[in-house]
Design a binder for this molecule. Structure first.
Ligand SMILES: [Zn+2]
Length: 177
C-alpha cells in the first residue's frame, strides 16, 4: 500500500493520521469521504448520462442525415431509371384512379357521361344514311328509289315515281325520326 499516493502523501501516512484522530473526528472524516464519494458517483452518473444523450443524439442525427442522403440518392436513381428506360413513372395518384374506375362505372354520373357521348357514336350516322333507302311512300306504299332520295336531298322536294305524290324533306325527316 506504500506505493499508493494521494495528493503527494502516501496512503499509509493518511491511515496513520486517521488512526490518531479522536473518534468523532474519524466519524466526520468517514461521513465526509462518503459524501464526496456519493457526489463523485452522482457526478460521474450525470456526466455519463450527458455523454450518452450526446452520443444518442449524434447517432440519431447521423441516422437521419444518412436516411436523407439515401432517400435523395434513391430519388435521383429512380428519376434516372425512368428517364433512361422511358417507362412512365407510376404515381400513387394513378393507382388510386385505377382502383376507383370500377366503382365509378356503376355510378350514375358515368352513365350520364356515356349517354352524352352516344350521339357522337358513328353507328347512328350509318343508321341515318341507311334509313332513307328503306323509305316508303305513304300514298302508294312503294319503296323510294335512289334517284327520288337524291332529288329529295338535293332540292328538298321530290315526287313519287309510282303515284306522283309530292314528298318534301320534312316528310323524309319525319320518317327518319
Ligand atoms: Zn307513291
Amino acid at each position: 500500500m506504500d506505493d499508493l499516493y494521494f495528493i503527494g502523501i502516501t496512503w499509509q501516512e493518511i491511515v496513520n493520521w486517521f488512526l490518531v484522530q479522536p473518534i468523532y473526528a474519524q466519524v466526520l472524516v468517514l461521513i465526509g469521504v462518503f459524501a464526496v464519494l456519493t457526489l463523485a458517483v452522482i457526478l460521474v452518473y450525470y456526466i455519463l448520462k450527458g455523454v450518452g444523450y450526446l452520443v444518442y443524439y449524434i447517432l440519431k442525427g447521423v441516422y437521419y442525415l444518412l436516411k436523407g442522403i439515401g432517400l435523395l440518392f434513391y430519388k435521383i436513381f429512380e428519376g434516372l431509371y425512368y428517364a433512361i428506360s422511358g417507362k412512365p413513372k407510376p404515381e400513387k395518384n394513378q393507382v388510386v384512379v385505377i382502383q376507383q374506375v370500377p366503382v365509378q362505372q356503376a355510378s350514375p354520373q358515368v352513365r350520364q357521361v356515356k349517354q352524352e357521348e352516344e350521339p357522337i357514336v358513328p353507328i347512328q350516322k350509318t343508321v341515318q344514311i341507311v334509313q332513307p333507302e328503306v323509305t316508303f311512300c305513304n300514298e302508294c306504299g312503294n319503296k323510294f328509289t335512289d334517284s327520288m332520295l337524291q332529288t329529295l336531298s338535293d332540292r328538298g322536294v321530290a315526287f313519287c315515281i309510282h303515284c306522283g305524290n309530292k314528298k318534301t324533306q320534312d316528310y323524309q325527316m319525319s320518317i327518319e325520326s
